[in-house]
Design a binder for this molecule. Structure first.
Ligand SMILES: [Zn+2]
Length: 324
């Protein structure tokens, strides 16, 4: 039964009987009702068509699909990028720290590789800048043991020296610390170290004793401060009066073997004049001139070698390579 039939109170089978023939209804009122119904139907039809049109319109011009976001990939944790030079520097520092804890000076490397280390003491001085230019020209490195109270005369050289290898402490005033009271001797070490580190803007962990004489307490004292005493296996004796560049090369050349540490001084013009010939000799022997920290990184002496070198006061048997 439809809603209309219910309103009329008629059974469902009478729905098709024209209204005008129903009892108690006038002709005019019936047509009016039909018109209302017709208007309602038309209104429904129009609204339905409109809805269909809207839907069709929406379908004919589909809205652009929203961009599909790229799949989210969890970022992998990456280690901080460190240059090869930075890694090598860190390894050099570790090698120094390992050896410094032993409290024994280093005279030379283990002679396993092809590196030699040239060391220049007593600077900076008037010939140091020329020396640095020669090292740059040959693309080699060296180590400089500076005297603290001389830095103020050439204040910019320490940074350049650190950039061309390494700097080390040669005390504040080049004192013979075996002749000083313990406290004054320690002050020579510490004041020199501080001045050099400040000027070079680099940590100072290497130490070289002036005059080659060190008190018994020095090794332990340096080791407790993360410092390492560096001696040498080849003495150029460039301080001897009358030394010519040729004579200097002749003295040094026999000792130019893997692991050698060569003692030189950049306060002598002769030494700087001899340097190109010395570097040419090193190159001709297929050796590589490196800083002391680099030598210790690649060719560190063993503990037994350190003790043997200390007893012998130098790498007297350096020719027998590969000692352990
Ligand atoms: Zn000296």
């Amino acid at each position: 039964m439809s809603l209309l039939d219910r309103r009329e109170g008629l059974p469902s089978r009478t729905v098709l009987i024209p209204v005008e023939h129903r009892p108690g209804r006038g002709r005019t009122g019936g047509w009016r009702r039909w018109l209302v119904v017709l208007a309602g139907v038309l209104a429904l039809a129009v609204s339905g068509a409109t809805a269909v049109a809207i839907l069709r319109g929406a379908g004919s011009q589909p809205a652009p699909a929203p961009p599909v976001p790229p799949p989210r990939v969890a970022a992998k944790p990456t280690a901080p990028v460190r240059s090869a030079a930075a890694l090598a520097t860190a390894a050099q520092q570790r090698a120094i720290m390992r050896l410094s804890g032993l409290g024994v000076p280093v005279f030379c490397g283990a002679a396993r590789g092809n590196e030699v280390a040239l060391t220049f003491d007593d600077g900076p001085g008037p010939y140091t800048a020329t020396l640095l230019a020669i090292l740059r020209r040959f693309h080699v490195q060296a180590t400089f043991f500076l005297v603290g109270n001389r830095i103020r005369f050439w204040p910019r050289l320490a940074v350049a020296e650190a950039g061309l290898g390494a700097v080390g402490d040669h005390t504040w005033s080049h004192a013979d610390i075996t002749r000083l009271p313990r406290q004054a001797a320690r002050a020579e070490v510490n004041r020199g170290r501080s001045a050099i580190a400040a000027a070079a803007r680099a940590p100072v962990r290497l130490f070289r004793i002036p005059y080659g004489r060190d008190p018994a307490w020095l090794g332990g004292y340096l080791g407790a401060r993360g410092m390492l005493e560096i001696r040498w296996s080849v003495d150029s004796r460039d301080y001897l009066p009358g030394t010519t560049p040729a004579a200097l090369v002749r003295r040094v050349a026999p000792g130019l073997r893997p692991g050698a540490i060569v003692l030189l001084h950049d306060i002598h013009s002769t030494t700087v004049k001899a340097l190109p010939r010395l570097l040419a000799r090193i190159r001709a022997r297929h050796l590589r001139a490196v800083s002391v920290p680099e030598l210790l990184r690649t060719d560190a002496p063993s503990y037994s070698q350190l003790m043997a070198d200390k007893r012998g006061q130098g790498c007297v048997d350096l020719a027998t390579a590969g000692r352990e």
